[in-house]
Design a protein around this ligand. Structure first.
Ligand code: PHE
Length: 342
């Protein structure tokens, strides 16, 4: 390479022109990185000229040094400017349009079972009932004994009950809340007790090992079966409309006497018979009856003074009828496409 300073400087000018040319055609950020390597890199265009510093005469050395430094600073400056300009576009937000409409916020929906439960609660509250609760892990005494369900009664069968220990069970119904409520207050009582119940049932289209019930209890002087029927009828009409009919069929529960099961006329066909009511025109809701005096004895109520009625209902069953949901499993699968329909 020449050591003639004039020649060197003219070569440097050519390099500068080339650089300017290339930079003016560069559009992407990473290309400016390539230019940096090409002109300023360790094996770049300028580096061989720096090597000449030791070869030129002592007089010319400062001049060459100056020229090279000038060029180096120039290249660096141009590349930086280019990089800054192209990076600033997407990065720097110095303007925020406060008039832009906001992004919609996705919020959850109340689970259909709890929507129905709320509706049931509202109806009974409007009838003057209070809401009571009890534990899901129950003692044998509250779940069975005090409800007049003796040892060896078939409903205590291991098949049906989750036993946690000899004395503790996952409650199989909400009826133990009747006992807890009567123990804690004197009549008059008008209460409902909503909550989860547990039974050893295999999960299929109509059964689930965890399900929801609403218990009802009314105890006062002079309460009759007619009051029970009137209440259930008023409830059915509030829930399913004025046209719904009710019927009671004789049945048996250890804690009510007499006992019944009650049905609503089919919400789909109105009683003519369809696939929902399996052609019968009626839909089974649950059990009910007059509180057995034996139960009053357990809680220390005077059964010669007070009478009462009790009833149960399955929340899943009511929700399935209301929304014509064919399979109970939909409630527990948390499929957002199902849940957002209600
Ligand atoms: N506990 C009963 C059941 O789970 C229903 C019921 C409640 C019956 C109150 C009578 C009175 O099947």
């Amino acid at each position: 390479m020449t050591t003639d300073i004039k020649e060197i400087i003219s070569k440097l000018e050519t390099i500068k022109k080339n650089f300017d040319n290339e930079l003016s055609q560069t559009s992407e950020n990473n290309l400016s990185e390539k230019l940096k390597i090409k002109y300023l890199g360790r094996k770049g265009e300028l580096s061989s000229f720096f090597a000449l510093m030791g070869k030129v005469s002592a007089q010319e050395r400062p001049k060459l040094g100056q020229e090279l430094n000038k060029l180096k600073i120039y290249f660096q400056g141009q590349i930086d400017k280019f990089t800054d300009a192209s990076e600033s576009k997407p990065k720097r937000i110095d303007f925020f349009d406060t008039s832009l409409p906001g992004l919609p916020v996705k919020i959850g929906t109340k689970h259909p079972l709890y929507q129905v439960l709320d509706e049931i609660k509202d109806i009974f509250i409007s009838f003057g009932f209070t809401i009571e609760t009890g534990p899901e892990l129950e003692t044998d005494y509250y779940n069975f004994e005090a409800l007049n369900i003796p040892k060896y009664h078939p409903s205590r069968d291991l098949q049906d009950t989750f036993y946690i220990s000899d004395d503790l069970v996952m409650r199989t119904h909400t009826s133990p809340v009747q006992i807890r409520t009567m123990e804690s207050m004197e009549p008059p009582i008008r209460m409902i007790a909503p909550g989860k119940c547990y039974r050893k049932d295999a999960l299929d289209a109509t059964h689930s090992p965890i399900f929801h019930q609403v218990e009802g209890l009314c105890v006062d002087v002079g309460v009759t079966f007619a009051d029970l029927k009137g209440l259930i009828e008023a409830f059915a009409k509030r829930l399913f409309g004025e046209d719904v009919k009710i019927r009671f069929r004789p049945s048996f529960f250890p804690f009510t006497e007499p006992s019944a099961e009650y049905d609503f006329s089919c919400v789909k066909c109105g009683g003519k018979g369809c696939n929902i009511c399996k052609g019968t025109g009626w839909l089974e809701i649950s059990g009910a009856g007059m509180v057995d005096p034996a139960v009053f004895n357990y809680v220390g109520y005077d059964s010669s003074k007070y009478t009462g009625y009790a009833f149960g209902m399955g929340v899943e069953r009511i929700a399935m009828l209301k929304y014509q949901i064919p399979d109970i499993r939909h409630f527990y699968e948390n499929d957002i496409r199902f849940l957002t329909q209600f």
